[in-house]
Unconditional design. Structure first.
Length: 353
């Protein structure tokens, strides 16, 4: 989570960006060749499959943090390494998004704002944890105080939440209340206990206020995003609908293809993998027939087999593994997802525009 102050320092640039984008997100440009059948309201520009990665890195990074603090003190987490990876990934996806696709100014502004905000947050976290946090870790031992275990549970709960909902909707007020009501005031590691209470109170309180303000700015600037992605499948496998309750058929076409909607974001990965396993082939995703970005978590020595690798990143808390971002043709997505599964590669995310 955040050091005291955290994202609150990024409030002014974030609100400025929200006001600058008050006219709403740019309209999706009609992508691909003639013959796209996805309704206009369900289309999104191809460039967005690349530009959503930095947003999702801000899910991947907290997930790595939550896994790390189960057994290690926060002072050992590579905050600055994650900042470097965030900006490195933005350079890579920005180059890909600008390679023949429309310039999505609003999305670039948003990414720069959240990346700058995260840089400030992680710098504060690193500074605080490597001075005050490390001192109390050394004095009391990490995990001795119940507040450490509470913070680790909140970190995991936060990651589970932001996989499906915006971070600013997370109930930090309830977590702040739980910090003081669910942990005894006295017990082992008293120095660590009260240092953590100060740190987490400041953190949860600042994020509650900041999230409330960002939520107001977001609602004033944008229409609520569609929670679904439209997909055109060559066919809908028989019996798959009970397994995918969020799938809604929009049209069954004369050639046997099926236009449907499926949930976006984290759920899209599961739906895409299930459809691929059942034999369906994607023809369009959000009105796109060109490419889609996929990331895998693989052994550090893994090498691609003809895939277009956009970039790789070592998992800084697990040197035996790395992240690989691959550019996959939409028409090949099902085949590639099956291959990843057969080869034992962990599918981290499918970036559905």
């Amino acid at each position: 989570m955040s050091a005291p102050g955290g994202r609150a320092l990024a409030l002014l640039p974030a609100l400025a960006a929200a006001l600058a984008l008050a006219q709403g997100p740019p309209a999706a440009t009609t992508p691909g060749p003639d013959g796209i059948v996805t309704p206009v309201e369900h289309r999104r520009g191809t460039e967005q499959t690349f530009l959503t990665f930095p947003e999702w890195f801000l899910v991947h990074s907290p997930a790595e943090y939550a896994a790390y603090v189960r057994d290690h003190g926060p002072s050992g987490f590579p905050f600055f390494g994650h900042v470097a990876q965030l900006w490195q990934s933005y350079r890579a996806v920005s180059a890909a998004a600008n390679d023949g696709y429309p310039l999505n100014v609003g999305y670039h502004v948003m990414i720069v704002v959240i990346a700058t905000s995260t840089t400030a947050e992680y710098a504060l976290r690193s500074g605080y944890e490597n001075v005050f946090g490390r001192l109390t870790e050394l004095a009391s031992g990490y995990g001795t105080a119940s507040e450490d275990r509470y913070a680790a549970r909140v970190a995991r709960d936060y990651v589970d939440f932001i996989r499906v909902r915006p971070w600013y909707e997370y109930d930090f007020v309830a977590r702040l209340r739980g910090l003081w009501t669910e942990n005894p005031a006295f017990g082992p590691g008293m120095l660590r206990k009260w240092e953590r209470r100060y740190a987490l109170t400041t953190e949860y309180g600042a994020k509650a206020i900041y999230g409330w303000l960002i939520g107001l700015a977001t609602r004033a600037s944008y229409d609520e995003a569609l929670p679904t992605t439209a997909v055109l499948l060559d066919a809908l496998p028989g019996g798959v609908e009970p397994e995918l309750p969020g799938l809604r058929v929009l049209e069954r076409r004369p050639d046997g293809s099926v236009l449907a909607t499926v949930p976006r974001y984290e759920a899209f990965k599961r739906y895409a993998a299930t459809l691929a396993r059942q034999g369906a082939t994607f023809q369009e995703i959000a009105g796109n027939r060109s490419v889609i970005l996929v990331s895998l978590l693989v052994p550090a020595g893994w090498s691609p087999a003809g895939d277009r690798v956009l970039f790789t990143q070592p998992l800084l808390t697990d040197p035996a593994r790395k992240r690989v971002a691959l550019v996959v043709p939409v028409a090949s997505l099902s085949r590639e997802l099956l291959r990843f599964q057969q080869e034992g590669d962990e599918l981290e995310h499918v970036y559905d525009y």
